[in-house]
Write a protein that binds this ligand. Structure first.
Ligand code: SF4
Length: 405
């Protein structure tokens, strides 16, 4: 492992690439584009402030997570936050006020923090804090929400404050989502997505994966329905069983493996979207971080949980599970950097897909090639060539070599 690897520099570069991609993605949307250009300048200035702090021995992360309320309007089946009493129905006590959060966001801005993830309970119950966040245009705020409080007033706020990005929880189709979250929630989420799309607002989805919805949430029809509505990121969170009866809903090793394979497939099939799942396998976290870095980083951060298993069921086990998840992603980021610096996998991929960059390849990618043109090209090729080997074993060997070095 490269002991001199500059993790802070790497994350900063990732943030800069997110912003650059967001600017590109919004060129046809003047409002979004104007915000992204301003945010790009602010984010570059923030990187400089973090770098200056680092030189003085002070480490400032580019991301923060803020849990802004313990209250929620829903009672989702198996909600571990309620079970742990982190989310309650009673009026919250000793919670920070909107002004206090505004001061924290201001301080974060001064220090050079560019992304703050807002979570709860249900964060949109705290309109005062969301409005305060909207005022801090130098910071991007992904909001993890159940989506039931998104109304015209919030839509107008999101339209005005493009730094607020909702990430809505959905469990699959109407039947599955409503069974866990409550009747009518699915229709509400779809209506929200359509409203976001019609206003050109960016959003993401968070999916709790169970043994029951695993196939549905990784299916093409589900992902296509999200992508077609303008969703740009899907975060898969493993279900955490909190009662004996819900234990069978928790994915086991076979389901995890299935999900990992499906995510690899979806990443190839939906390049405009980012897919994230629960970590502990360093091969998975390395490949996930590789895709994240190559696609410009993640504006929404990474959300994961720990779960009880039959042989490990104490608080200490859960503590270790969280540490394991964080370490696995940190390790994955370092290894992803090494894969890119090593260049063998990148070089192979570039060579394999070099025809994508020919004049015809570019036309096909832009959807400009006609069937007549393609028919003429196929006729010119005469007999098709035997496809070149994908050299999977060689590439897996390179990956082993980097991960185990
Ligand atoms: S919306 Fe989230 S916090 Fe609220 S009950 Fe459902 S899972 Fe729990």
């Amino acid at each position: 492992m490269d002991q001199n690897f500059d993790l802070q520099g790497y994350m900063t570069k990732g943030v800069e690439r997110v912003v650059a991609d967001a600017v590109k993605a919004t060129v046809r949307n003047p409002k979004e584009s104007a915000f992204m250009l301003r945010f790009a300048a602010a984010s570059r200035a923030a990187s400089k402030r973090r770098a200056a702090a680092e030189k003085n021995g002070e480490h400032v992360p580019p991301f923060l997570i803020a849990s802004i309320t313990s209250k929620c309007n829903l009672h989702c089946a198996g909600c571990y936050s309620r079970c742990n009493h982190a989310t309650v129905d009673s009026e919250p006590v000793a919670q920070l006020t909107g002004e206090e959060w505004l001061r924290i966001f201001g301080k974060a801005d001064e220090m050079g923090i560019s992304f703050i993830l807002l979570a709860g309970g249900e964060p949109m119950l705290r309109r005062d804090i969301i409005e305060a966040a909207g005022e801090r245009r130098n910071i991007l705020f992904p909001i993890f929400t159940n989506g039931t409080f998104i109304d015209e007033k919030y839509l107008a706020l999101f339209d005005r404050c493009r730094n607020l990005i909702p990430i809505m929880s959905i469990e699959g189709n109407r039947e599955i989502t409503d069974a866990r979250r409550g009747k009518g929630v699915y229709d509400r989420l779809i209506a929200n997505m359509d409203a976001f799309q019609s206003r050109g607002l960016i959003f993401g989805a968070s999916v709790t994966v169970t043994t029951e919805n695993l196939k549905e949430v990784s299916s093409d029809s589900f992902i296509e329905s999200l992508s077609g509505r303008g969703c740009r990121a899907v975060i898969f969170v493993e279900f955490v069983p909190v009662t004996e009866e819900s234990r069978e809903l928790a994915p086991g090793d076979a389901e995890r493996e299935y999900l990992a394979d499906e995510i690899a497939r979806l990443r190839g099939q939906y390049p405009e979207m980012v897919f994230i799942s629960f970590p502990s396998n360093v091969y998975d976290t390395t490949l996930a971080m590789y895709e994240i870095v190559k696609n410009g980083g993640l504006p929404v951060g990474i959300n994961f949980d720990s779960k009880n298993r039959r042989p490990s069921n104490t608080y200490e086990d859960m503590f270790h599970a969280f540490i394991l998840g964080m370490d696995s992603f940190a390790f994955g980021l370092i290894k992803a950097a090494q894969i890119i610096e090593d260049g063998r996998i990148e070089g192979f991929t570039e060579k394999k897909y070099e025809s994508f960059n020919t004049e015809l390849g570019q036309k096909i990618r832009k959807g400009e090639a006609t069937l007549e043109e393609l028919a003429a090209h196929a006729a010119d090729l005469k007999a098709p060539k035997v496809p070149a080997s994908g050299r999977q074993e060689y590439l897996e060997g390179v990956l082993n070599n980097i991960i185990l070095s």
